[in-house]
Design a protein around this ligand. Structure first.
Ligand code: URA
Length: 287
């Protein structure tokens, strides 16, 4: 149950379910070492065994990533960036790939977009020790270029392994490369913020935080999408349908929503559609 605690502030705070608890040694999960007993001492044997198994699985994957040379990105890396966070996370975030700072530190989302991601998490009562954060590629693409299909494919086994170990209830894709993993050919501007079931998982596509940093108007959009996450998770945990109901789908994406053409007539629609296409392609370039 995800309680909403209004508290004394204006913004609601969510009381996240028990196994959104922090794991103190997030960094050691990323590097494949260590075992924390700080928060697990009150857990039952089974839960503790499961957590140990998940941590060990993630550690093995991190070690494989550290030695991986399956694509050309391995040649330019300073450090691999396997991902980090709670091995028992209910929500997993998947970004694109390491940038300069991530490559230096071996940790995901530690630059400007990471700072914004931290703010987005804090806005819904989470932090990075309660979730798991990974990327579609674990090594930095040169000059932060887009990851290529062969690189994404080569790295897919590591990400699949992480998802299999963690078994999150909800996956949030950040940006179009991780969205395409689940919904190839889709447009982020059309499906962002809408949970969908894919391969037995609940996936919520979202804009990449860097896109919101480059394009101010997207900031509100990504904040609004994040604000709906607790409700989605609550629904999943309650065993209800996690897929968005029509009332959860933003009005412009609902089935039968009037198109710009219907509203404004064909001439206006032509102009609006050109404008929309330009806005969309600009967003795509930023993602
Ligand atoms: N952008 C990403 O997609 N991943 C990172 O780790 C950092 C920036």
């Amino acid at each position: 149950m995800v309680d909403i605690d209004v508290g004394t502030d204006a913004a609601p705070r969510y009381r996240w379910p028990e196994n959104s608890r922090s794991v103190e040694d997030a960094a050691s999960v990323a590097s494949g070492g260590g075992c924390s007993h700080t928060t697990e001492s009150v857990m039952s044997m089974d839960a503790s065994d499961t957590l140990t198994e998940k941590r060990s699985g993630l550690g093995q994957i991190a070690k494989r990533v550290a030695g991986c040379t399956d694509c050309g990105l391995s040649r330019g890396r300073t450090r691999t960036v396997p991902g980090e966070g709670n091995p028992d996370a209910q929500i997993m975030f998947i970004g694109e790939g390491p940038g300069f700072y991530e490559d230096q530190q071996g940790r995901p989302f530690v630059g400007a977009s990471g700072k914004f991601l931290d703010e987005l998490l804090a806005g819904i009562g989470l932090d990075r020790k309660k979730v798991f954060i990974a990327n579609v590629v674990k090594c930095r693409p040169p000059s932060n270029r887009d990851p290529q299909p062969d690189e994404i494919a080569a790295c897919g086994k590591h990400l699949d392994g992480q998802i299999g170990a963690i078994q999150p209830k909800v996956i949030v894709t950040l940006g179009r490369y991780s969205m395409q993993r689940y919904f190839p050919g889709e447009s982020i501007s059309r499906i962002h913020g809408t949970p969908r079931r894919k391969d037995g998982l609940i996936v919520v596509p979202m804009y990449h935080p860097a896109a919101a940093l480059h394009q101010g108007s997207l900031r509100r959009v990504i904040e609004a999408d994040f604000a709906r996450l607790p409700g989605f998770l609550e629904k999943v945990l309650a065993g209800g349908t996690p897929e968005a109901t029509e009332s959860e789908v933003p009005p412009h994406m609902r089935k039968g929503a009037p198109t710009v053409a219907a509203k404004q007539g064909q001439a206006a629609a032509t102009a609006a559609s050109a404008e929309q296409q330009e806005a969309e392609s600009q967003q795509m370039r930023l993602l």
